[in-house]
Design a protein around this ligand. Structure first.
Ligand code: GLN
Length: 480
């Protein structure tokens, strides 16, 4: 038996049956990380000593037959924009290269309280801005399915750690697709829950009205096991509400999960698009599978989805410019060496500390928020967001799910030069869920001859996360 190939729930069962110990499994994971990370570059920092200590403690609890949570002893990686006490939290930026978090994010507190084993912090695009991890100060994360390709982003380290058996499950963040797109690139399942389901306390803000913590796993069931733990209203995040229905009484073998009678909408503009041949082929296959299993699939006209990319970048950059203003190098973070006054200290430190993509977004954000432009850009974009939200809500009056591919193309080659605009354009399918705060999941289609699989994205109405997970699980089962 190869321990590293086991799903999280199989690990949990193995612990209960004493087939292996948490310590053995944790050691096995670190061994694999050490063999592979030099090439893949998924991890920025490791938590080895603590993880082994905790593993022994959890073994003790298993020996004492304590009632333990589903994630007890499960090896988990954490995106490096989520705070873990006493570990570095770099956000993949030079400005935080040596920053050690003095506290745990709420999601991390919950993982620890449920005896999950945190293996370390994983790579991302700098401050989660990007779709490839190529904007990381620590270099790109390679795709374990084919190391010439990017792992996707921004949670590329999360997806690669799961795909490369360097973690059983991972936490990422999703502002415009960052959990789902790398999942699609690496053949994993990734879900962004409804905005507000999970506390953002201790999660570095990129665009706070879009950001949500999500989970990446080998399959839907593994993904759900961690999502059910991190869900919840948190006093420390006023935008959090939680979702009780995600708690652990899922019965994945029950007919509750059937696709029969489920109404699926496909936006007409997606069908009319000139998609990559393979991606379109998989999209059609997914539609056939839904129909074969008794779902009702219909075209739906939702014109406003045409404007998601432009609207997203105006709003998100505005939020980025204000959120990243806190990195002033006064109390923490990189500080330039020579300066003659405080103005110059700010300027030089930020110039040295931020990479190009972050600077570009701060500059655009500052520009469009400036007095005479805010009316033309920012407030207009807010209105368009309102329209997109309304149109999606209308769609979900008649439909349970919206379906499309997660990303319009296969993962790109690491060496391929791409303009910012070309990269931004790829997010057209993932952004709508963040615009409207909806839950959205990427499910890998079966692997193709090239060793890659195409992700299919299902999106549901706000707070219908449970229904979304059940339908996604039924879809996943029908692929086997
Ligand atoms: N690729 C998108 C962007 O660059 C999404 C990023 C994210 O979800 N964090 O903005």
């Amino acid at each position: 038996m190869d321990i590293l190939n086991l799903k999280a729930r199989e690990l949990a069962e193995g612990y209960r049956n004493r087939d292996f110990s948490v310590e053995e499994v944790t050691k096995e994971y670190f061994k694999n990380i050490k063999e592979k990370n030099g090439e893949i570059n998924a991890y920025i920092s490791l938590n080895e000593e603590n993880a082994l200590k905790e593993a022994k403690e959890v073994d003790e609890k298993f020996r004492n037959r304590e009632e333990l949570s589903k994630i007890a002893g499960i090896p988990i990686s954490i995106k490096d924009n989520i705070a873990v006490k006493d570990l570095k939290m770099t956000c993949a930026s030079k400005i935080l290269e040596n920053f050690v978090s003095p506290y745990d994010a709420e999601v991390v507190r919950k993982i620890k309280a449920n005896d999950g084993i945190i293996l370390g912090k994983v790579n991302l695009d700098e401050f989660a801005m990007g779709a490839s991890t190529k904007t990381s100060y620590f270099g790109v994360t390679k795709n374990p399915l084919n190391t010439k390709l990017v792992s996707g982003g921004s949670s590329g380290g999360s997806a690669a750690s799961v795909a490369g058996n360097m973690a059983a499950i991972s936490l990422g963040t999703d502002t415009g697709g960052s959990v789902r797109q790398p999942s699609s690139f690496c053949g994993t399942v990734g879900m962004k829950p409804t905005y507000g389901t999970v506390s953002r306390f201790g999660v570095s803000s990129m665009a706070n009205t879009f950001d949500q913590v999500g989970v990446i796993g080998k399959d839907v069931e593994d993904m759900q096991s961690l999502l059910s733990i991190i869900e919840g209203r948190d006093e420390k995040d006023a935008t959090s509400v939680g979702n009780e229905s995600l708690k652990d009484n899922f019965d994945f073998n029950n007919a509750e999960n059937s696709l029969k009678g489920i109404k699926v909408a496909i936006p007409k503009i997606y069908l009319d698009m000139n998609l990559d041949k393979d991606i379109k082929g998989e999209f059609n296959k997914a539609i056939d599978i839904l129909l074969e299993n008794g779902a009702i699939v219909e075209e739906f006209n939702i014109e406003s989805l045409k404007y998601v990319i432009e609207t997203y970048h105006i709003l998100v950059n505005g939020e980025i410019a204000s959120n990243l203003a806190r990195f002033d190098s006064v109390i923490y973070g990189h500080r330039a060496e020579n300066f003659s006054n405080i103005e110059e200290m700010y300027r030089k430190s930020r110039r040295e500390g931020f990479g190009n993509e972050v600077k570009r977004r701060i500059m655009i954000g500052t520009h469009i928020l400036s007095l005479d432009l805010a009316e033309d850009y920012y407030y207009k974009a807010l209105k368009v967001r309102g329209i997109i939200k309304r149109d999606m809500e209308n769609m979900f009056k008649d439909y349970d799910l919206m379906l499309c591919p997660t990303y319009p193309v296969y993962p790109f080659e690491i060496n391929r030069e791409m303009s910012a605009v070309e990269i931004y354009a790829g997010d057209l399918f993932t952004i709508p869920a963040n615009m409207a705060g909806c839950p959205s999941i990427s499910i890998p289609m079966p692997k193709k001859e090239n060793g890659l699989s195409v992700g299919m994205e299902f999106t549901a109405k706000r707070f219908k996360d449970r229904e979304l997970i059940n339908a996604a699980h039924a879809f996943e089962r029908s692929l086997r």
